[in-house]
Ligand binder design. Structure first.
Ligand code: ATP
Ligand code: MG
Length: 351
């Protein structure tokens, strides 16, 4: 098949890990006879330096017409002054909004070989396989903000339509997994959460084959640590999802391991590792490329419908996590390129 992929390497380790992910996509194209074309564009701090804007019009236009977008990371100390007129993160928020990607999928698996790196005891980590579905376009991130000298407000708003579309996505995904959805809210305190809960409840009636449970976000923060293997699909609003998925990432052993997909109505999507620009290790060739490579696998699955290819990449990554080489964040000595090359070799075995 033919596909047009826009790459947005961005800042910090973004270019290093994106290059590794593109190398893996190239191997997929070569092995299976697909034609992927890539168009590279600016976003984030590097875009501010070059054009004064965190999301230049050329980048946005290219992303809007692409089959999929592969992003590295944005931000870094050079642009982190909170009073700066423009910030790199604005580019990413604007891109998500413009693409209409409302469902952020963050799968969490704990590889047995890395269980020792996790803060939990090994037996708790057996069979952890959670898919977080975080709402991405509403809530406190996008509500009106006010500020006087001694008072600040952040409006948190959700519409039934916003809750319904992300909930449906979560239930559909649960049907391809273990048929269980946990909806996380704070319905004992927040009105948005009561709307969230009643909407989820109503949507659930259309999916009688999927088991639904509700959890309050404070309980969920605890339960993720005490019984992580209980969960299948976890759906929640923007802010709760942001916090819970960072907590969950700690269970995997390193932020560098986890991928994400942001999806809207169509097939196009935005794919990025969940880690940030990691300025402390940028430019050294030591960043873990696994999160970016697994994001490329999600791109193949969700935007291009290439499930077999996605599974082959995931199997290759699992081999490398099992046998090494490992980057420093997971206790090894290897650089980004050595891990990439090992994944490429393992891919040929699984393809
Ligand atoms: P940002 O503001 O862009 O999120 P940050 O300073 O919060 O940047 P993160 O990217 O969130 O940095 O990373 C947090 C920690 O995890 C850092 O110590 C970083 O080195 C490490 N880390 C993140 N990504 C990777 C990776 N791909 N490989 C190895 N270590 C990583
Ligand atoms: Mg960070």
């Amino acid at each position: 098949m033919k596909a047009r992929i826009v790459t947005l390497p961005g800042d910090g380790v973004g270019p290093e890990v994106t290059a590794a992910a593109v190398a893996v996509l190239d191997a997929v194209a070569e092995h299976f006879g697909h034609e992927f074309s890539y168009e590279e564009h600016l976003i984030g701090g590097c875009a501010i330096d070059a054009t004064g804007e965190p999301l230049p019009a050329a980048s946005l236009e290219a992303c809007k017409s692409a089959d999929a977008v592969l992003l590295g990371a944005v931000g870094g100390p050079k642009w982190s002054d909170p009073h700066a007129p423009v910030r790199p993160e604005q580019g990413l928020l604007a891109l998500r909004a413009a693409l209409g990607v409302y469902a952020n999928l963050r799968p969490l698996q704990v590889h047995p070989a890395l269980a020792a790196l996790s803060p939990l005891k090994n037996e708790k980590l057996k069979h952890v396989d959670v898919l977080f579905v975080r709402e991405l376009t509403g809530g406190a991130y996008f509500g009106a903000k006010t500020r006087t000298t001694d008072t600040a407000t952040d409006e948190c708003k959700y519409t039934v339509a916003e809750v319904e579309r992300v909930t449906r996505r979560a239930f559909e995904l649960a049907r391809g997994r273990r048929h269980k959805v946990t909806s996380v809210d704070k319905a004992n305190v927040l009105e948005t959460s009561r709307l969230w809960r009643s909407t989820v409840q109503r949507v659930a009636a259309d999916y009688p084959d999927v088991k639904l449970e509700h959890q309050l976000v404070d309980s969920m923060a605890m339960l993720l640590l005490t019984q992580p293997s209980h969960y299948d699909v976890v759906v929640t609003e923007n802010l709760f999802g942001d916090i819970l998925t960072d907590e969950a990432a700690a269970l995997a052993g390193s932020l560098g391991l986890l991928p994400s997909a942001s999806l809207g109505e169509g097939k196009a999507g935005l794919y990025e590792p969940i880690h940030g620009s990691a300025p402390d290790i940028a430019g050294k060739g030591v960043a873990n490329p696994v999160g970016a490579i697994l994001s490329a696998a999600m791109l193949l699955r969700h935007s291009l419908g290439l499930e077999h290819e996605a599974v082959a990449i995931e199997a290759a990554v699992a081999d490398v996590l099992e046998r090494g080489p490992h980057t420093r964040d997971i206790g090894g000595q290897a650089g980004t390129d050595a891990v990439r090359d090992a994944v490429l070799v393992a891919f040929e075995v699984h393809a």
